[in-house]
Design a protein around this ligand. Sequence first.
Ligand code: NAD
Ligand code: ZN
Length: 348
Amino acid sequence: VNSATLTRVPVALGERSYDVVIGPGARHRLADTLRGLGARRAFIVAARPREWLPDPGVPHTIAPWQDGETAKRLGRVEELCRAFAGYGLSRRDVVVGVGGGSTTDAVGLAAGLYHRGVPVVHLPTTLLAQVDASVGGKTAVNLPEGKNLIGTYWQPRAVLCDTDFLETLPAAELTSGYGEIARAYFIGAGDLRALPLPEQIAACVALKARIVAQDEREAGRRSILNYGHTLGHALEIVTGFELRHGHAVGIGTAYAARLARALGRITSDRAREHYDVLRHYGLPTAPPASLKTDSATVVELMRRDKKSEGGLTFVLDGPRGVELVSDVPEGLVLSTYNEMSEAELANL
Ligand SMILES: NC(=O)c1ccc[n+]([C@@H]2O[C@H](COP(=O)([O-])OP(=O)(O)OC[C@H]3O[C@@H](n4cnc5c(N)ncnc54)[C@H](O)[C@@H]3O)[C@@H](O)[C@H]2O)c1
Ligand SMILES: [Zn+2]
């Protein structure tokens, strides 16, 4: 690998600091990375075929895994931990997670729980996981009652974002990742549209690293990463997760623009800028027509958002930049949702 084409973004968290390495062939840094960590052995959990895996340079085992929300549950985490035990995994070894965000979330949780925490290195294979999920230390699995309800903070020791992995990604998954890049435009990453993809990923990771370094456990500032996510999460739930996460975030970002406009926080031009960016990335900007009748349910789901303390809370753009806004009137939340459709763009 030509290291010159790789970008290294540090996540500064004191003695838990680590680097995110981004670019074509980044996975081949694995052996060096593990050597640097003093790893004795590696336990590789792989949702991608064996041929895709880099040489870890230390004795290792490979456990196959599956991406997707169904494998993201506590039962699978227990199975994984039992496999760790069978391998005699210790804190001197390293777990390596290879897959989409669903995989890095579940493998990260297993690593965070086993022996009260063993080192983990992520090799995210989707755009969404590279720009967002694999960085920042949030791990989780789902319950039938809801998504990501069981989790912990467990920072990886390194993240290798190999952009070669993305060549086989289906178009819808690529667009889903662009949903997180589009929302990053409005929370400090700026206009990345003209840059090559690896540079866009690096800019989003740098933004996330900066925010996580200030507020690892979301006591305040980290909540701005949820821009576009309040409606986004509600739409994912209402569609039974048929809507991809990044697509839902795209719609949620358009909604956040409309809501901020309706509250007089931003100009119509700024709201239109949201639509321009979302369209550039091929993202949807309105909920599927079939959901229109369900607006009351959507609003109820938004009320149950983690950020909320009973009222309707959103991350919104405004004169001081993006911030958390509480107690947005329900009537406005509902009417703004009902107005959302491509045809009504002129009313921005
Ligand atoms: N921890 C966090 O901070 C955080 C942030 C955002 C999202 N997430 C989580 O991430 C998950 C979504 O991640 P995702 O979008 O990567 O979904 P995913 O892991 O389900 O992967 C999406 C699809 O892409 C396929 N795939 C993966 N890599 C591929 C490749 N290189 N080529 C071809 N196909 C490939 C998978 O098989 C799967 O079908 C959700 O569970 C979400 O909760 C976590
Ligand atoms: Zn997201």
